[in-house]
Design a protein around this ligand. Sequence first.
Ligand code: NAI
Length: 302
Amino acid sequence: VKKITRHYEKNAPPVSRAAVIGAGIMGGGIAYQSATRGTKVLMKDINEEALQLGLDEATKLLNQQLERGKIDSLTLSKALNNIRATLSFGDFNTVDLAVEAVVENPKVKKSVLAEVEEQLPEGAILASNTSTISITDLAGALKHPENFCGMHFFNPVHRMPLVEVIRGKQSSDRAIAQTVAYAKALGKTPIVVNDCPGFLVNRILFPYFIGFSSLLNDGADYRQIDQVMEAFGWPMGPAYLLDVIGIDTACHADAVLAAGYPDRMAHSGETAIERLFKLGRLGQKSGQGFYRYEPDRKGKPK
Ligand code: NAI
């Protein structure tokens, strides 16, 4: 993996201005990470409240760093100044690389990607943070699929080192090189992977969630399963992890994987994840998923 990554890194120009589309859990995290690493970033959403939540989260994380003595107040204000929250595409024509991070729905993503492509300067790189949807499939919506690839961060962005850089059938070496270089500039560990539904990590993670769901259907208690998996040594159990990811995102990703691997990942009957989704219990982001959360929506449930 290191060899492949090194190969792509050669001669990649630096990203001096980035953009994220979608200011949710992931878009907000990517904007924060860019800003703290000195890259100016436009954070676009269609929802004013989402933009504010993204900015609030970045401010909270920076204040934590300040309290721990890891940064000074000048660094904090510089980082915040690097993020510009916006509802419009103004200044997108100055961006070197844009990461799309809207809902995990192929139709919505294709329409957003086509819209963003129109706003970017010639040759700018466009990447999708999709968890599961084939990059080659998404590229079908674009005029310049060679400038497009996957850039899959993990949640929470500021703590998870890995970034999957996904090479679609038409992604150019230049697109991969610049995306790898950007991931490195953000202090991440990029790996270049080939395109398929779920890429690498989620092809491993989602069968685990399917196993968890089938245990629940057999009558197991999600709290006990979480306790067992923590005692096994994992930082959190599957129910809490699904709440952190977002029940809606997990549900959409599960559907993409079931369609992509009908022999291995399709499951009969409704899962607990689907039941929660229908109830609007979307996890930490909505204040309730498997567990209930305090208004700041963070922190491990009791
Ligand atoms: P989220 O639900 O927290 O945020 C999505 C945001 O996109 C919302 O703020 C929404 O207002 C905005 N949005 C919707 N349509 C838009 C449009 N046309 N233009 C601009 N903004 C728009 O979702 P989250 O969790 O941040 O997921 C985003 C993407 O990242 C999905 O593709 C997901 O699969 C992927 N992802 C999610 C992870 C997670 O753990 N939540 C981990 C890795 C990837």
